[in-house]
Design a protein around this ligand. Structure first.
Ligand SMILES: Cc1ncc(C[n+]2csc(CCOP(=O)(O)OP(=O)(O)O)c2C)c(N)n1
Ligand SMILES: [Mg+2]
Length: 823
């Protein structure tokens, strides 16, 4: 074994034998100095005190929820020793000791998050948005631009859904592989990677490994051979459910034995080590991380015999489900106690020394906690006093107004919180309605300003607001000339991708059949041969981890295009898109972003699973991700050109039956950029406004021809992007002219059409212009049978559009539009 040389305090001690506690100290292996061991112990001890103290704060009502890393401390000391600048952690809520040991978090930050401090200076991981122990480093500067991530240790933003961080761990590690293989890529994305040697350290609980996302990730990591070191913290339980119900053979390392690499095969290096055995942990992490870093072999470290001294979390007590024996093990197997015993046995420190250190460390944690509590409370108290004072003055100014209840409430508040302040200020303002005095005005001013500030605290950062937001990409119109040729839609896209890939070496696409075949619709035909396998990469059938690979690589400065073969199969990745990608920028309060572009195609092919348009599912699950629904491939190319230059994640759905339709190729292909949130009026008309998108635009245009023959002149608006939606109110402007609205949508009834109605009628106040009830024409509730007739009878068709539009006209002018008598 070679030990990595970057840790200054390492030195070799040989000849140490098994410690009295049973810890395995093999002879002649490398060990930290006594001073470092003591310092490690003290860090673990402080971490434990923080866990105990954090739980008490929740149980006494000062913090909302607690979940801590007690029982997992010692292994994390060892993991921290091999973690270097440029490495990534992608873990879960048990990792506080590791975060403290690496300096990526500390006690003040830990308590700030526990108390929900909204200041990013106090809780840089989430500004009070995430539960305690949900860690993250800030990857972006105050403008939302990348810092030099390769120079420091990094942690991706934690998630509560168990296992959901595994897929992006794959991408974080995969980025090292890309960076190592390609110097030009490192130059194109400066600051992200020194040489591709960065290791991604994933952690997961034993029960979390029951999730499909874990297995999908492990298989893919084995296939890809990437520098991913997965540690399983095995405390035998997932809340109350023990391993025998969680894992085949009751052991994740036994279950995964077939993943073990052997000569001539790819695979994982798998090791098992006990969670209290400090020297064995130190040695194992040193060996494993060395292998992973040097050879890009993924590794699994199954850390057994971990404990849960305080049970799972603050929301239950483990006495209710654990046996007496197991409860006793929580004490006898405690890793900190065992490390202490081992240190005493090894004469690394004396009892008196350790007792003294523990006393100091208890005090240090308590003073950090008190400081964090006061820092959290002080501004809210000041706000409360300010509101109290303003209300009291308003009461003096208007003695006849009844403000006594609000005054009393603020004098003796149920809690020190912003909701108390905001609610009181607003209720006082209600009582003062119509009063013109200075004090009443000041109170109203405060209430308004306070609400705006709280919006910033709790509602900001869902979308990128950086200078690189796609909304700030300067639009460039498509240009045509006499020389512009007409080609199949797929060729438009192919050439546009080609130009973008030539322009930006950070762009690459991953997905099923995108490489050798060049996409099932041949949109990438020949591009792998031109750009290589790393840029047009075939993957297994694993939508969730394809997306995870995208999230992780995007976090590391690359520009992945995640190719989901059909829109219908996006559902496999939906959880991840919804839980990890969409809220990433929000939950880190602008600290992290992952500008993944998800490319898929949908709406129209054949049968029940290739014709779906679950746009309301997508729209509503994925706020935070922009959604483009272009009607043809030129429009799609224009949106890609914008999105590739922006830094917000986006989903673009190409129209499946459009690849073989002829389109004119803009002369500035690759360069023209369509603005998001700007609909296009594809047919001007005066009688009613038809709002639609995607494949239905063409059908609506055909319907318009028929309608024109019946004396109806519809205006047709293609919304183009559902999110952002019609930022300049084009629909309401059209309604001001036509006074009637028909929304045509191939989602289910009440799906995306309801979203569009809300935007058009409520947000844009389009109802003011209507002289007939608004209508929606949607697909049926059921899915689409295979064949042309299935499509015709389930999705909105030309005749349905004609008849619905005609009915709207007849309702308004019955004499001009006689009954069709068709039902
Ligand atoms: C997808 C999902 N299902 C259920 C939960 C509720 N839950 C939170 S933690 C937990 C147990 C996790 O056990 P394990 O992975 O062993 O981690 P441990 O807490 O024991 O360290 C469960 C079921 C969740 N957070 N996410
Ligand atoms: Mg567990």
């Amino acid at each position: 074994m070679t030990l990595v040389p970057w840790h200054p305090e390492w030195h070799i001690k040989s000849g140490r034998q098994v410690a009295p506690s049973g810890a395995t100290t093999s002879p002649a292996h490398l060990r930290p100095s006594s001073a470092e061991i003591v310092s490690d112990y003290r860090l673990a001890f402080r971490s434990r005190v923080a866990s105990v103290s954090g739980r008490r704060e929740v149980l006494t009502g000062k913090a909302p929820f607690g979940i801590f890393g007690d029982g997992k401390e010692v292994a994390q000391l060892a993991m921290a020793k091999v973690f270097r600048p440029g490495d990534w952690r992608s873990g879960y809520y048990r990792d506080q000791t590791f975060m403290f040991a690496t300096g990526m978090s500390d006690l003040p930050q830990f308590f700030a998050q526990l108390y929900t401090n909204t200041d990013t200076a106090m809780d840089p991981a989430s500004a009070g948005r995430q539960m305690v122990s949900h860690f993250a480093t800030r990857l972006l500067d105050a403008d939302g631009r990348w810092k030099r991530l390769g120079d420091a240790m990094q942690s991706a933003s934690d998630l509560s859904p168990v296992g959901a961080h595994m897929p992006r761990s794959l991408g974080l590690a995969y980025a090292s592989k890309l960076y190592r293989a390609d110097r030009a890529l490192r130059d194109a994305a400066p600051g992200f990677s020194a040489s591709g040697d960065e290791v991604t350290f994933a952690t997961i609980g034993n029960a979390g490994t029951s999730e499909g996302l874990f297995w999908e990730t492990m298989n893919a990591a084995g296939v890809l051979q990437i520098p991913l070191l997965v540690s399983v913290w095995d405390d035998g339980y997932g809340i109350s459910v023990p391993n025998e119900y969680q894992t085949i053979k009751g052991s994740i390392s036994a279950a995964l034995a077939g993943f073990q690499r052997e000569p001539g095969t790819t695979g994982f290096e798998i090791r098992v080590v006990r969670g209290w055995d400090y020297p064995a942990l130190v040695k194992t992490y040193a060996e494993l991380s060395d292998l992973v870093r040097r050879d890009h072999v993924p590794a699994l470290l199954h850390v057994t015999e971990m404990t849960q001294p305080q049970g799972h979390s603050t929301s239950g007590s483990h006495e209710r489900y654990k046996t007496k024996e197991r409860l006793a093990f929580e004490t006898t197997g405690d890793p900190i106690t065992r490390m202490r015993e081992w240190m005493l046995g090894e004469k690394i420190a004396t009892v008196a020394e350790l007792d003294a250190f523990e006393d100091d460390d208890r005090k240090a944690v308590e003073s950090a906690r008190i400081a964090a509590w006061e820092t959290y409370q002080a501004p809210i108290k000041a706000e409360l006093e300010r509101a109290s004072g303003l209300i009291a003055r308003a009461q003096q100014e208007s003695p006849d107004v009844r403000l006594a209840d609000v005054v009393a409430e603020l004098a003796d508040p149920l809690e020190i919180s912003r909701r108390v302040v905001q609610s009181a200020a607003r209720r006082a303002a209600y009582a003062l309605r119509g009063r013109e005095g200075a004090a009443a005005g000041a109170l109203r001013g405060f209430a308004k300003e306070y609400a705006a500030r709280n919006d910033e605290r709790y509602l900001s950062f869902l979308y990128s607001a950086s200078p690189d937001s796609p909304l700030k990409v300067t639009p460039i119109a498509a240009e045509y000339s006499d020389r512009s040729e007409s080609v199949d839609g797929r060729i438009v896209l192919l050439r546009n991708f080609d130009l973008n890939f030539a322009r930006d070496p950070r762009l690459f696409v991953m997905g099923e059949d995108v490489g050798k075949l060049g996409d099932v619709n041949l949109v990438f035909e020949g591009l792998q041969a031109k750009y290589g396998e790393r840029r047009f990469t075939d993957t297994g059938i694993r939508e969730a981890t394809i997306l995870g690979q995208g999230i992780g690589t995007a976090l590391r400065g690359l520009r992945p295009i995640v190719d989901i073969q059909y829109l219908d199969y996006l559902l496999y990745a939906l959880e991840l898109a919804s839980d990890d990608l969409a809220p990433l920028h929000y939950r880190t309060a602008g600290g992290q972003k992952a500008p993944v572009i998800i490319r898929t195609k949908g709406h129209r092919l054949q049968g029940i699973w290739h014709t779906g348009s679950p746009m309301s599912v997508v729209l509503n699950a994925l706020r935070g991700i922009y959604v483009a629904v272009p009607r043809n491939m030129v429009q799609a190319a224009g949106f890609y050109n914008t999105l590739f230059r922006g830094d917000n994640p986006a989903l673009l759905i190409e129209v499946l039956n459009g690849y073989r339709l002829k389109e004119r190729v803009p002369d500035n292909l690759g360069e023209f950029r369509l603005p998001l949130g700007i609909p296009e009026t594809v047919r001007a008309g005066s009688d009613l406004t038809i709002v639609t998108y995607g494949a239905l635009v063409r059908i609506a245009l055909e319907a318009a021809e028929t309608l024109a023959g019946m004396g109806v002149d519809p205006e047709i608006i293609d919304v183009q992007t559902l999110n952002p939606f019609d930022l300049k109110g084009a629909i309401a402007k059209s309604l001001a002219k036509t006074n009637a609205l028909l929304v045509v949508d191939e989602d289910v009834p009440g799906g995306a059409s309801a979203f569009i109605l809300r935007e058009a009628l409520e947000t844009q106040r389009g109802f003011e212009h209507l002289d007939a009830p608004p209508r929606t024409l949607t697909a049926a509730e059921n899915r689409v049978p295979v064949g042309v007739d299935g499509d015709y009878f389930v999705k909105p068709n030309r005749e349905q559009i004609v008849e619905t539009a005609y009915a709207i006209m007849r309702e308004r002018r019955p004499r001009d539009f006689p009954d069709l008598r068709l039902g």
